[in-house]
Design a protein around this ligand. Structure first.
Ligand SMILES: [Zn+2]
Length: 409
């Protein structure tokens, strides 16, 4: 799929051209068969012109000249106004060429026609929604996709398009509604994604200090799937409630299951929220207690994973304790010779902070010899999207919880 799909995309226009030519050829043969009263000579000349137009259009497409291809197609529409598929091909061409307004007017004129069947009208409506979507007219795209669903509810692609839009604009209420609809229409299990969306809903309540509603939505999310982000939010709610023992054991559970999320956990716990000052202060106090607890625990295997060490080092640096950070990192590096690049970089930074320039230069040299990868902190293991920020939903491929730490072991 990885190789074939982009190839199909880049050659899509050529396919459309060839396909349309075949349709016109088919129509020509049908008309020939039913004996439309045109002189043979006239019919042949139309066919000849059409063939020439599509041959030209195809050549323009292959050579990448979409503007001229569209011009040739327009000529063909003048010749044979009843050929609906030509209109669709043309509309699609305009859209892929970025001429959204022309695409819109073609699809609108199709919808307005009286002599078309319902399948064609729904198809035109769907194309119109795609035009609005691609053109960035979000409200109109939503409205038009919804119109398509009013006529036919079983349109998986349309529902999925609505899901994507609502997730993009972070309207979690509607995103939830359409995911539920999708889980009924489509074959793919949506439980994980629904859980993520409900966590986002709960998070929005949390941020405004509505902890009761946040708890309710979160419990609903757990009913679908226990995602990492759901557990982190539950951890925050434990801290709000002051249930520190429960918070500690959930924290350890998270580290054991997903040691690589250690750094994210603290970043998430540090996120700001609106509430009475007293609640915010208590939260901060309990959080610093949890942080101290984390910095002290040792022993278990999972506590020696690079991600856990890295987040300890970063926390200690934030707390202005570079000496302690260095101690932890040095001990770890001595025990693990196949160390990660990220940890090595932290090590060099600490050596510089602590004034040991000679050791810093030596370590930098050995690092540079082995440095091959790009140095963003995170990437998506689905599509390879790179970022230093944390993303629970990949901005590129829209998958959930595909984020990975970048390191070399
Ligand atoms: Zn991705």
């Amino acid at each position: 799929m990885d190789v074939i799909w982009p190839w199909i995309q880049s050659n899509l226009l050529s396919f459309v051209a060839v396909f349309t030519t075949l349709i016109l050829l088919y129509h020509y043969l049908i008309e020939k068969g039913t004996g439309v009263r045109l002189s043979k000579r006239y019919r042949s000349s139309i066919f000849e012109t059409q063939s020439k137009i599509f041959l030209n259009a195809t050549q323009y497409l292959i050579s990448g000249n979409k503007d001229l291809a569209i011009k040739e197609f327009l000529n063909a529409v003048d010749l044979n106004r009843e050929t609906i598929d030509t209109y669709f091909a043309l509309g699609g061409l305009f859209r892929s060429n970025g001429e959204i307004e022309k695409a819109i007017s073609i699809h609108r004129s199709l919808i307005a026609r009286e002599n078309i069947n319902e399948t064609t009208r729904v198809r035109a409506l769907r194309e119109l929604a795609l035009d609005f979507d691609k053109g960035g007219f979000i409200d109109k795209a939503i409205e038009t996709y919804q119109d398509v669903l009013k006529i036919n509810r079983d349109q998986e692609e349309v529902i999925l398009a609505l899901c994507r839009i609502y997730e993009d604009i972070e309207d979690w209420e509607s995103a939830h509604k359409y995911r539920m609809m999708l889980s009924k229409v489509g074959k793919k299990n949506q439980a994980e994604t629904i859980s993520h969306i409900l966590v986002q809903k709960a998070k929005a309540f949390f941020e405004t200090g509505n902890f009761k509603k946040a708890t309710e939505e979160l419990e609903e999310a757990f009913r679908f799937a226990p995602s990492v982000s759901a557990k982190i939010l539950r951890l925050k709610l434990f801290i709000i409630k002051g249930s520190l023992e429960e918070a500690k054991s959930l924290f350890l559970e998270l580290l054991r299951e997903h040691p690589m999320y250690a750094a994210f956990i603290f970043v998430s716990l540090d996120e700001k929220f609106k509430a009475e000052q007293k609640i915010v202060d208590e939260y901060k106090q309990r959080l610093s207690h949890l942080r101290d607890y984390f910095l002290k625990i040792e022993g278990d295997d999972f506590l020696n994973s690079p991600a856990v060490i890295l987040s300890k080092v970063r926390l200690l640096k934030d707390l202005k304790k570079p000496q302690d950070a260095f101690g932890i990192l040095k001990r770890w590096m001595e025990g693990h010779h196949s160390s990660s690049e990220i940890l090595k970089i932290e090590y060099i930074k600490l050596l510089i902070d602590l004034g040991d320039t000679k050791a810093a230069v030596n370590e930098t040299q050995s690092l540079l010899e082995n440095l091959h990868q790009s140095l963003t902190r995170h990437y998506c293991n689905e599509c390879g999207f790179n970022s230093d920020n944390i993303f629970w939903r990949c901005p590129q491929c829209h998958e959930w919880e595909t984020i990975q730490f970048r390191w070399k072991v």
